[in-house]
Design a protein around this ligand. Structure first.
Ligand code: SAM
Length: 483
């Protein structure tokens, strides 16, 4: 019978948060492992009894004893030490004695961890990240403690700053909700409302609760109470009012790993993201707030551009943090400069976040160094389609000059003709790079003579970059001399 119930995978451990406050935990041994165990169990407020002769102590365990963080018994383990213990941890070099203690605990049904002997452990210690009430524990089921440690570090690095404080604030909100609606039969309503708030606001936004103090915080709770009573979730912009901000952000050429850390943060935090059409889905998936994408524009690009900017302005007037997301670098052939002036005229100075431009990343994707000592020492970046569809003015041929042409696909025939008129030899190497840095990337090589026909033969489509000049095949040619 096929069901939607969680399939049982088996072979795991039961992952619990064990409350050991004031429980008696015996640690046998006084070295490094014992020292680590002391930190773990004292973090959980357990009462620790450490059995170890003085000569077996290291500086840290001695410090714990002197600081009265553990009760110390200065001798080797004796069986009666197990009396009244809630848990036992062995951390000693004598493996035989360690295993004997493990078996003894088993016979007395005292949960035990025998360091380095997984079959004798009733439980394992997990790699932990601690921040206030937040505890993240990673288990590899005893198979890879170092890996658990690395995974834990990676997870912790993705969390918003001061997440522990945010959790405390949300804990406070839960307590308030119980005050507003104490009836036990309404626990479902209480829980449901808090869950919907968390989902609507998102982790990044919720971390703004940390900044609220005194009167501001009291006022917020008043607003939240009103919404709770109506069983509605207050909109994010009401709970976390922000000053309006417009950021012009470069999305890079397409690979989400090629956007800057700052661009990623802006995307995660934005209330509204207004994006160009070329931006790949993987980058758009980072957006947490509202996302609006430019319409198809054949022949109406000015109207579409005006519409995009008006969307941004609407957001700004609602005090939102708005991101204008642009492919590659915002100030290279994307009307970025005009947009800055447009926003300035309306009283907003954009924050600029650069992006990796296709002008450089597409040649690199095709392993074309745009400069190479002794081969090319200049790069001209130009467009195949100027303002209102005009032809660009391409430079004269220079044997050490590279040309990178954006928006050139539909103009291959005219551009080829113009290059010939500018004395480019028919044998000049050329390359088309379509969808650079995206999964669908294609690289098509040729020479000036075939520059237009390869577009048709290979069905090359925008977005693509055209690269012209001797560096195109510098890394594949046999007779290149390193000068
Ligand atoms: C309006 S321009 C914007 C350029 C962008 N600001 C930049 O820095 O890459 C659009 C042109 O960029 C180029 N382009 C953008 N992304 C590309 C990609 N992933 N692969 C190849 N060319 C790309 C194409 O030439 C496309 O026609």
């Amino acid at each position: 019978m096929s069901t939607s119930f969680t399939p049982i995978q088996g072979g795991g451990s039961l992952v619990l948060a064990w409350r050991t406050a004031q429980k008696k935990i015996l640690i046998v041994g006084g070295g490094n492992v014992a020292a680590q165990r002391i930190v773990s169990v004292r973090t959980a407020d357990a009462h620790v009894i450490l059995v170890c002769p003085a000569q077996g102590l290291i500086d840290e365990t001695r410090y714990r004893i002197e600081n009265k963080e553990v009760t110390w018994i200065d001798r080797n383990f004796v069986d009666s030490d197990l009396d009244g213990m809630d848990m036992v941890l062995t951390a000693m070099d004598d493996h035989e004695e360690s295993a004997r203690i493990g078996h003894l605990c088993r016979s007395k049904r005292i949960p035990v961890n025998v360091a380095d002997v997984p079959p004798l452990c009733d439980f394992y210690f997990m790699s932990q990240h601690r921040e206030g009430p937040l505890q993240i524990a990673v288990s590899t089921n005893g198979q890879g403690p170092k890996l658990a440690n690395m995974i834990r570090t990676k997870i912790a690095a993705t969390l918003p700053k001061d997440i522990g404080k945010t959790i405390e604030k949300m804990g406070l909100l839960r307590a308030k909700v119980r005050e507003w609606e104490p009836a036990i039969e309404n626990s479902g309503k209480r829980m449901g409302w808090v869950i919907r708030c968390c989902e609507t606001w998102g982790l990044e936004t919720m971390s703004k609760l940390n900044e609220l103090k005194g009167k501001e915080e009291e006022n917020l709770y008043k607003v939240l109470e009103e919404y709770f009573k109506k069983n509605e979730v207050p909109p994010t912009s009401l709970v976390f009012p922000s000053s309006p901000e417009i950021a012009l952000i470069g999305a890079g050429p397409g690979d989400p790993e090629l956007i800057t850390v700052k661009a990623k943060r802006c995307l995660l935090e934005a209330d509204l993201v207004v994006s160009d059409r070329l931006i790949p889905q993987q980058v758009l998936d980072l957006v947490q707030g509202e996302l609006r994408i430019a319409r198809k524009t054949t022949g109406r690009s000015d109207e579409a551009q005006e519409e995009l900017l008006e969307w941004c302005l609407e957001g700004l007037k609602k005090n939102q943090r708005v991101v204008r997301l642009k492919i590659g670098d915002p100030l290279l052939f994307g009307r970025g400069g005009e947009e800055i002036l447009w926003f300035r005229e309306r009283g907003y100075e954009p924050v600029m976040v650069p992006g990796i431009s296709s002008a450089f990343s597409a040649p690199m994707a095709a392993m074309i160094p745009v400069t190479f000592r002794g081969v090319s020492d200049q790069v001209i970046i130009t467009t195949g389609r100027g303002t209102k569809g005009s032809m660009p003015d391409l430079p004269e041929y220079g044997s050490t000059r590279m040309l990178v042409v954006l928006m050139a696909v539909g103009r291959a025939v005219e551009l080829r003709q113009m290059l010939l008129e500018r004395d480019y030899p028919l044998t000049t190497p050329i390359c088309w790079v379509e969808n650079a840095n995206c999964p669908e990337e294609r690289v098509v090589l040729g020479i000036l003579e075939t520059m237009a026909s390869v577009v048709v033969d290979n069905n090359i489509k925008a977005p693509a970059v055209l690269i012209v000049g001797k560096s195109v095949d510098v890394l594949t040619r046999d007779n290149v001399k390193i000068v």
